[in-house]
Design a protein around this ligand. Sequence first.
Ligand code: ATP
Ligand code: MG
Ligand code: FE
Length: 351
Amino acid sequence: MLGIETSCDETAAAVVARDASGRGAILSNVVRSQLDEHAAFGGVVPELAARAHVTFLDHIVAQACREAGVTLAQIDAVAATAGPGLVGGVLVGLTTAKAIAAATEKPLIAVNHLEAHALTARLNDGVAFPYLMLLVSGGHSQFVLVRGVGDYERWGTTIDDALGEAFDKTAKLLSLGHPGGPAVEAAAAGGDPKRFRFPKPLLKEERLDFSFSGLKTAVRLQAEALAPLSGQDVADIAASFQATVADIVATRAGQALARFARELPVAAPTLVVAGGVAANHSIGAALRQVAQEAGARLVVPPPALCTDNGAMVAWAGAERLALGVTDDLAAVARPRWPLDGPEMKVNSHAA
Ligand code: ATP
Ligand code: MG
Ligand code: FE
């Protein structure tokens, strides 16, 4: 399966194999991040992102095929992210995939980007259904019960900012650059996580939702109160912010695992963490502890498979193809596309 990802600021393509027993293997996984294109703007500029995808995608696809040792004629099918995401970029990837599918007369699979994040743990770790997923990325923060391919139940979500977005905005406030997650984590390494007490919005309420925008405001007020910030101030704010969000995420994960244990007849629950923020070591450590306390298995894919990549899209396509699910060339790009929408269901497609 060839997989194409262009929903945000990564131009990515990969070739992935899936054997009859459902085991996956990554034959190539090429990612070109557009950090330079967007650096001056402190965030992703949609129009620039789409143009860069146009410029680079053909080369990235060719490289993915070359590294995998296959020609386009040898692939079984082509999958591309069809949403959710920046629609200009999605159109570039989806249209390219359609052209390849039409030219090679191979099936097309229009992949939901969130499903790709959700199923990655099966590619690498062979995780069996059902499992609980915590998706924490640049655009999403949600708990999802993953029952099967196309079968998702959202248990909670952010009511404002996504966690990755909160990292990115905190980094911007502290002049740490973009993308913010790794920069905040690096700065936090030399800081005191107990120096500042930041709020934990919603946490007292019995629901599996998140709220991060108040936290961002608290960070801004603290930074303004201390200005001009010393290097140590920046490190301490970063560390205190990171400790606060790690605590929020871990508390909610414990609640979500408790619900999973109540509702699903599975001996040992599995918590899968997906999305770019899963690369954060503090959050990982906090989640490991919670999972251990709940007797759950914690699965965190390697960072290169947590952030956007083509392999996850190819894998989601391969899982769908194995169930006989394909899309026709009229498949549309969707800026918004919730995982629990009716068109995700495997039986909503003509096999
Ligand atoms: P979505 O998948 O919701 O459409 P996206 O594809 O932009 O959003 P990802 O590529 O999965 O998101 O993740 C990018 C986000 O992960 C960014 O917000 C980035 O700051 C964050 N991130 C990456 N590494 C780390 C880290 N070490 N610590 C915290 N956050 C991180
Ligand atoms: Mg990105
Ligand atoms: Fe993503």
